[in-house]
Design a protein around this ligand. Sequence first.
Ligand code: ATP
Ligand code: MG
Length: 343
Amino acid sequence: MSRPLLEVRDLTLRYETTQGGFNAVESVSFSLDRGQSLGLVGESGGGKTSLGLALMKLLPDNGRLTSGQIMLDGVDLFPLTDDQMRPYRWNRISMVFQAAMNSLNPVYRVGDQIAEAIEAHQRISHRQAMVMVADLFDLMGLERDFVNRYPHEYSGGMKQRAVIAMALACEPDLIIADEPTTALDVITQDRILRQLRTLQRQLNMAMIYVTHDIGVVAEVTDYLGVMYAGRLVELGKTSEVLSRPRHPYTAALISSFPSVTGERREPVALEGEPPDLTMESEGCRFAGRCAYSTEVCATIEPTLVDHLGHRYACWNPLDGVLEHLASHETERTIIESGEVPAR
Ligand SMILES: Nc1ncnc2c1ncn2[C@@H]1O[C@H](COP(=O)(O)OP(=O)(O)OP(=O)(O)O)[C@@H](O)[C@H]1O
Ligand SMILES: [Mg+2]
């Protein structure tokens, strides 16, 4: 068997703060092949962005990777220095940052900004870089004329396409897209997502797609990972996880999201708050909010177990989604059809 493009093993990222240190990402392991995409979902603060930054090794001053391996094509990035990371960052792994469309510099033409990013990572002239930018604009469905325009002349959707173009510029093997479309209207969001998905397959890139929106993951991802309080608590094929979530947190997330079938209904609030990670705790981090928790949950932390490629960390996994979500018509449709209908 060929080795996966990306193999993350036991990765832990720790932040030090004045309130104490905590692991925003703890013992996370997963792998991803070329041409595959992994969605990462979970509540705010779950560690999704931190995991993306950890893979790029772009950490804030108070963050450090304390354990793990980040194998990219057989090379472990974990021990590499900033200088040694240079050939990997943007060239091999790139990232569309959360709210990146707001980071375009208003006083420079968009084409020049992207060209500069390319020149910083490849030995080519500005003229050659501008030719690449024009090609990238074609690829992302942007008018070539807009290469010479300023950010304020772009709509939100166009800006987002431009920052995705920037992330694609060096033809990375892996692209991490952190909430790339949340600021956009649903129709624009849908168009960009489909395009990103098509490109990801055409270019045979791997993609990690971070979102709050469970509704879009079915459309753009092959695998789905659920993060809670820094842990990956469930991971499997997207259709499998959405139709048969085994972790009560995943089931709660799905049911708290407005219909993924297109029906409109009120989201069900997920009660309680994630734990304060600066406090020492034992047991499952979801136990305090979980309707299924038993004694063991409060004392021993569950580790991920693998059932035919569907992994979950739970002492009392759900058998099927029916029982848990019986009151939600939408989810019943999902179970019965065995798949999530397109939005
Ligand atoms: N530089 C930092 N120093 C200290 N804590 C941080 C830092 N960056 C993030 N955090 C904290 O780490 C935790 C994980 O944050 P992260 O941004 O990775 O979550 P997220 O899942 O991406 O959330 P969101 O869905 O809101 O984007 C949160 O509690 C956050 O407040
Ligand atoms: Mg985030």
